[in-house]
Design a protein around this ligand. Structure first.
Ligand SMILES: CC(C)(COP(=O)(O)OP(=O)(O)OC[C@H]1O[C@@H](n2cnc3c(N)ncnc32)[C@H](O)[C@@H]1OP(=O)(O)O)[C@@H](O)C(=O)NCCC(=O)NCCS
Length: 245
């Protein structure tokens, strides 16, 4: 058990330092020992791993004592029961709160002041689930048992209380998507003045289809050959829109 704990702890140290190096440019000219001793995000995650292990072993008091000490030193509060995947990086750290039923996937990045919290006093699952490769900007509050889809970005200071689609960017209060799958979400008026709907043409097109259908039915009933009717070109004209600029 002790050997297993040491192996896992060293593995954890290495992976948390690697995550810091991968996502914090400030680590460029800094040794791993310096990161370990002075990066609060790395320290808080190591403390969480220990507290979580104590908790799962049923040891009383220690998990919360470790968590409490870690918060006092780093300013980051992670509940020992939270579920955190590999590769989480907490940049700067101060003010981060990760609640009891929060779940975090792989390679997630949190900046300072992020809260993964509940909305009230309800019991059970009440904190967010964050999927892989999500980035959450400083000061963002994610509240309730919402799901943040993989690869999503949450803007600094957003307040998010609803599910976030994968690979989208959500900003503001209340948080709303401004990008989905990399494409801008536009709420404004449609500025395509060329390809306007044409109700008259639509009506003629529909009547023409109906007449053709009736002619076919009459021909079938009377035993005559089917009429060869030329379809008018009713397709709307396509071209470059002047609305582009
Ligand atoms: C949201 C963010 C990730 C940018 O994502 P993006 O997909 O590249 O989005 P864009 O920059 O194209 O912005 C899209 C729109 O959202 C707006 N926006 C961006 N971030 C915003 C924020 N935090 N709050 C409100 N609106 C924001 C932009 O002004 C833009 O609006 P527009 O379409 O009206 O011009 C980035 O702005 C952000 O907040 N990053 C967090 C960084 C952080 O916390 N750093 C801490 C370092 S210590």
């Amino acid at each position: 058990m002790a050997e297993d704990l040491i192996t896992r702890t060293f593995g954890g140290v290495r992976s948390h330092i690697a995550a810091a190096r991968g996502r914090d440019p400030a680590t460029a000219n800094v040794s791993s020992l310096e990161i370990l001793l002075t990066w609060p995000g790395v320290q808080a995650l190591l403390a969480y791993r220990l507290a979580n292990r104590f908790r799962r072993s049923g040891i009383p008091l220690l998990p919360f004592a470790v968590s409490y000490l870690s918060r006092a030193i780093t300013g980051i509060e992670i509940h020992p029961d939270a579920r955190i995947g590999p590769g989480l990086f907490i940049d700067h750290g101060a003010g981060v709160v990760i609640g009891e039923t929060a779940e975090i996937g792989e390679n997630v990045t949190l900046y300072q002041g992020v809260t993964l919290g509940g909305t009230g006093f309800q019991a059970g699952k009440r904190h967010p689930t964050i999927e892989d490769n999500v980035t959450i900007g400083s000061g963002a509050k994610l509240l309730g048992p919402i799901k943040v889809g993989h690869g999503a970005k949450i803007g600094a200071n957003s307040v998010v209380v609803e599910d976030v689609p994968p690979r989208s960017t959500v900003v503001g209060n209340p948080g709303h998507p401004v990008r989905i799958e990399g494409r801008k979400v536009t709420d404004g008026p449609d500025a395509d003045w060329i390809h306007l709907p044409d109700p008259l043409q639509d009506a003629v097109k529909s009547l023409s289809a109906r007449i053709k259908d009736l002619e076919r039915q009459v021909a079938e009933l009377s035993g005559e050959p089917k009429p060869d009717v030329d379809e008018p070109d009713n397709e709307p004209k396509k071209g470059r829109s002047s609305a582009g600029g």
